[in-house]
Design a protein around this ligand. Sequence first.
Ligand code: EPS
Length: 392
Amino acid sequence: MTLRLVTAGESHGPRLTAILEGIPAGLRIDSAFVDRDLARRQHGYGRGGRMKIEKDRATLEGGIRGGVTLGSPIAIGIENRDFANWSKVMHPLENDPIASAERRVTRPRPGHADLAGGMKFGAGDLRDVLERASARESAARVAGGAVCKLLLAECGIEVASGVLSVGPVIDPESPRSFAALQKVREDSPLRAMDASLEKEMIAAIDEAKRAGDTLGGSILVGARGVPPGLGSYTSWDRKLDARIGAALFSIPAVKAVELGSSIEASRGPGSLAHDEIERGRRGNLRRRSNRAGGLEAGVTNGEDVIAVAYMKPLSTLARGLDSVDLATGEAARAAYERSDVTAVAACGVIAEAMLAFVLADALLESIGGDRLDDVKSRLTAHRERIRKYSRV
Ligand code: EPS
């Protein structure tokens, strides 16, 4: 692996940290761009009280000098404003025993990491688990992903996302293309691909909230301008579709991932599953469709990379699900403090970050270069070689 992204920090601890290692030297970092993505992740109808407290901003703390990367690990900090309300319980060194006892969690939520994580680490207080398992961590990934997007943009690659469905509200005919993603309105309440569905989506969220329930949904994430030949078919762990799948599966609450329109393709014959090859007017090779989502045998084929991530409904329900109190052994309702009703809009922005990371990693692996100008000139040579190959 050429690029590495590590995050640290608890949801109500002092701050989150992202360390991104492997970005070439000479990339200009626009911190306003990173902050814009952090704000996009916080946006979205259905979020809870926490998003009113936080105002995520990136503090660039390492690997950058005068706004330009040095080739060393990039460190980004994001303050948790809510820490001010939790310092007696979440201070890394010293906590107030009475406040900590009051905030102790012993009734695991089905679907969250509480019980499985508690069994793994032997946590007497499930807060030790849920603080790190919280989707708050995804803010650090979005900051790291924004830097990857800046690298990709220098190489002519764009990444975008939109909400395909919320709960049962979906347009099954919604086009799965990058062009459709470009129509998504960033300031709309849900960043839906089909704006005409937003009213119905909002009504579904309101209804779930009234019932003390939560909703999931699905998002489309895509990239345009990706050169052919990234990833590899030669070994299972080099396959880019597998790497994109793993990255999207790592997003909190994502339980299924699809590339292109492969679920529909699996239900029909091969004649309707593949993307037939033809020659364009300028002699270039092109496809009549993009059902494969820009990936064949784990290698990019030059079409837009398209994936869908499916998010389960959030596991913190106001009404609570049946559970067992680990302190008493008795049946009990799962713990509830506060929560989002849905975070599907945020999921799209996190998916952009994860896709940007995997594509930047694959680009550096295939094209390489210690300095941005080396990467760009090598990429130009790569694109030229492929252009010549396609015209033989
Ligand atoms: C989350 C629970 C909520 C969400 C949180 C993820 O936080 P709290 O427990 O403070 O109400 O708001 O998401 C974020 C804080 C965020 O920045 O996305 C959970 O349990 O996963």
